[in-house]
Design a protein around this ligand. Structure first.
Ligand code: ZN
Length: 200
């Protein structure tokens, strides 16, 4: 009867929508509140300028953060703004997870592209360390993911070229899509330094 029920039946939400929970603890009274949030893409920070692994990016996203100064939260028990710690966890894992690699850093007021070499697995990406311990057991069924597509971005932040690598669901062969050029590629070419979106 609402917009919500329409979106729940769309193919996009069925395939890509998951849920995160942010656990926020007031550092004064230690009250913990949970804030659920739906997602279709996880935007992961890239913690290195030279090289790192997807695991490093995931750890960085899910690590506990301390909120102080301008980032303080309003604690309803204390009745005012307080320092807090916040930590995210996955409460519902999507069927296909889209990971966005935030390949940029701020230099003064300018965004600069990071060409970090990020290693990512072609199979068995395990998200169980990032699942909430209190989430339903049924949601733990299958949090091992296999890579099915990569979107590459080459060039500068405001002017570049996109290509895609996709795995054929039946033959399991990988193909490169570059405008109208489609070529079969070996598995070893699926790891690129221009990867920008990963579909697992
Ligand atoms: Zn408090």
């Amino acid at each position: 009867a609402s917009r919500g029920s329409i979106s729940e039946t769309s193919i996009i939400t069925q395939l890509f929508e998951g849920q995160l929970s942010y656990q926020v603890m007031c550092l004064e009274c230690k009250t913990v509140t949970e804030k659920p949030e739906r997602f279709t893409i996880l935007s992961l920070p890239v913690p290195s300028k030279s090289a790192c692994s997807l695991e490093d990016c995931l750890k960085c996203f899910f690590q506990q953060d301390t909120l102080t100064w301008n980032n303080q939260i309003h604690c309803s028990l204390c009745g005012k703004k307080q320092d807090a710690v916040v930590k995210a966890a996955i409460t519902k894992a999507p069927q296909i997870i889209i990971l966005h690699l935030k390949r940029f850093e701020w230099q003064d007021k300018h965004k600069r592209k990071l060409s970090t070499a990020i290693r990512y697995p072609l199979s068995n990406l395990d998200l169980s360390p990032y699942m909430a311990q209190w989430s339903h057991e049924s949601d733990h069924r299958d949090v091992e993911y296999n890579l099915s597509a990569v979107v590459n971005h080459s060039g500068f932040l405001d002017d570049g070229h996109y290509t895609a690598l996709c795995k054929h669901s039946i033959t399991k062969n990988w193909y490169s899509f570059d405008d109208d050029h489609v070529t079969k590629i070996p598995n070893s070419s699926v790891q690129t330094d221009t990867a920008y979106l990963l579909f697992y």
